[in-house]
Design a protein around this ligand. Structure first.
Ligand code: SF4
Ligand code: SF4
Length: 197
């Protein structure tokens, strides 16, 4: 039984004289090739030439520092839980006395890694983060020759204190309002949940 009427029966028809010569077909092919030579090429010669991208393009992540330069990430793990590609791993460390300037809260990410080969740049880690610690940026992840180089650790992810990465374009009012909305479970702190019981 046929489910659609799109199928065509193959017939082995006799070739005409022109088809047997192949010359018209070759000529037609060459004309198509020639017509492409004079068209504007869509190829972008990256990296010398860069294509314009959206201000909210989702590229290489950044782990942000606060105004005083302390790392914002508290290794809560919400980004890793939200990540559909299981690309994020981390190990928590406990802040020692005298490290207040390095880490914002008592707990911090001693190890934080993103496997860029697994990442699908969905941005869910950014949405899940309650500490405004992780953002995707408009930076394109550089290619490499080995898989190991695509595991980005804190050395590549944490922004240098003297070279901050601007993520203000991503923090639109709608985004900030969404992050404050306590109706969403991931925006609730532990005390919010205790109060709502
Ligand atoms: S952008 Fe998406 S896939 Fe990539 S690390 Fe974040 S949550 Fe995972
Ligand atoms: S959700 Fe934010 S604070 Fe928590 S581990 Fe991820 S980046 Fe750090």
């Amino acid at each position: 039984m046929m489910l659609t009427n799109r199928s065509k029966q193959v017939v082995q028809k006799e070739l005409t004289l022109a088809e047997q010569l192949y010359f018209p077909a070759i000529l037609k092919g060459m004309l198509i090739t020639l017509s492409h030579i004079f068209r504007k090429t869509p190829t972008v010669r990256y990296p010398e030439q860069k294509r314009e991208i959206a201000p909210v393009y989702r590229g290489q992540h950044v782990l942000k520092r606060d105004e005083a330069g302390a790392e914002r990430c508290t290794a809560c793990g919400l980004c890793a839980v939200a990540c559909p590609a299981e690309a994020i791993t981390m190990e928590a460390g406990e802040r020692k006395k005298g490290e207040e300037g390095l880490y914002r809260e008592e707990k911090y990410a001693a190890v934080y890694e993103i496997n860029m080969l697994r990442c699908i740049f969905c941005g869910l880690c950014e949405e899940a983060c309650p500490k405004e610690a992780i953002f995707l940026t408009d930076r394109i992840v550089p290619s490499s020759f080995t898989r190991g180089e695509e595991i980005f650790g804190k050395d590549k992810l944490v922004e240098p204190a003297d070279q901050r990465v601007d993520v203000s374009k991503r923090q639109t009012k709608a985004v900030l309002d969404f992050k404050q909305d306590k109706r969403h479970y991931h925006n609730q702190t532990h005390s919010d949940r205790l109060l709502s019981r």
